[in-house]
Design a protein around this ligand. Structure first.
Ligand code: 13P
Ligand code: SF4
Length: 358
């Protein structure tokens, strides 16, 4: 990292803008360096007629400088589907960039870092889904959007954390195969008054008995959210009795029950904005708390930053600049997979975050 000040007028202007927002969050020496890269990205973005989408987990200097849109998985999918730009740079993880390509295949979709995966997406294959469908014939498949395109192609409807309960609810009291997040499945089961079973290998519908109001789940976990514990919440409450605790629904059902609020990344941000609580603890990737503090300096955020998403953290300003500069790394989905995957994702978008059809 160079310690030099921004050298271009655009870099200097962006530095002052970022400093106004991030002076309590990012050290000045780093801001000066990052502002110049962000200014270069904004120039390249115009040159390439690109749109930059930034997930809520992006680090603060990136989040507050280059994205045209920020949001949770569902919000960014909706924007990707309707952009008329030539290039979509997805500052998020691979399954999100793939979803953008599935929805808007004529666009060039770039992910700034190839290793930006996701433990949930890696937990299940298309063969696993086909096997479950053989064992539970006729049962609709709902798949969390944190999966790869070939898994989505085996799916009836995708969902995100902001509409999982609504998507499951749209199937009435019938059984639903819900993949691949065990904890999200358990949290949705509780919210919708269902039970969740985790079938053993080879177990079939006949072995499982009455499947009314049943979710058939999978043992996938988010490597970040599975680490938060009830003991963390209790310790935070002992030290700060007036803290409001918010948890992402990828946390265990015990953690969600012990928290004051659970919701998608954007839903958590909105709740902090709405709440008069004196301080907050968000059990999720800790960059998000930095981004909230930058936008709302009056809010006091506690952070558990030893738990980080190693995949989201691959996406830096440098990698985003190089993506536009060197046209890397394009995300492609074969048409035979894209078509069926698009149907599942479009149904998810139609259901929307509140469960009401648009
Ligand atoms: P959201 O859909 O809530 O943005 O979550 C995505 C994610 O990967 C959370 O870990
Ligand atoms: Fe995947 Fe968890 Fe990282 Fe989200 S936080 S991208 S679910 S590993």
């Amino acid at each position: 990292m160079t310690h030099a000040s921004p050298t271009t007028p655009e870099g200097q202007a962006l530095y002052l803008q970022l400093k106004a927002k991030l002076h309590d969050v990012v050290p000045d020496v780093e801001l000066r360096y990052k502002a110049e890269i962000a200014a270069e990205i904004n120039r390249l973005k115009i040159e390439r007629n690109a749109v930059i989408l930034g997930h809520n987990y992006m680090e603060p200097a990136l989040y507050h400088s280059v994205p045209d849109f920020t949001g949770d998985s569902l919000e960014l999918s909706r924007i990707a589907a309707r952009t008329d730009k030539d290039v979509i740079v997805f500052c998020g993880v691979r399954f999100m960039a793939e979803t953008a390509k599935i929805l808007n295949p004529s666009k060039r979709v770039l992910i700034p870092a190839l290793p930006a995966g996701c433990s949930l997406a890696a937990s299940i294959t298309a063969d696993d889904v086909r096997d479950l469908k053989r064992r539970f014939p006729g049962v609709p498949v709902v798949t969390y959007v944190n999966t790869y395109a070939d898994v989505k192609a085996e799916t009836d409807v995708c969902c995100t954390s902001s509409n999982a309960a609504a998507v499951v609810g749209s199937f009435g009291t019938g059984p639903v195969i819900f993949l691949p997040d065990e904890y999200l499945g358990k949290n949705v089961a509780r919210e919708t008054g269902r039970r969740l079973i985790l079938p053993e290998p080879g177990q079939t519908a006949a072995d499982a008995g009455d499947l009314t109001n049943t979710l058939i789940g999978w043992r996938g976990r988010c490597e970040v959210h599975e680490q938060f514990s009830v003991a963390d919440i209790e310790a935070a409450r002992r030290q700060f009795p007036d803290v409001m605790v918010l948890a992402h629904p990828e946390c265990s059902p015990e953690v969600v029950a012990a928290a004051d609020y659970a919701g998608s990344t954007t839903a958590m941000i909105r709740e902090v904005e709405r709440s008069p609580a004196p301080r907050f603890l968000m059990l999720t990737e800790c960059s998000m708390a930095d981004n909230v503090v930058a936008a709302h300096p009056e809010k006091e955020m506690l952070r558990l930053c030893s738990v980080r998403c190693p995949h989201m953290n691959q996406i830096s300003l440098e990698a985003t600049r190089d993506a536009l500069l060197h046209d890397q790394y394009p995300v492609d989905v074969p048409e035979a997979i894209r078509g069926p995957a698009a149907r599942a994702v479009e149904r998810m978008i139609a259901i929307g975050p509140t469960g009401k059809k648009d």
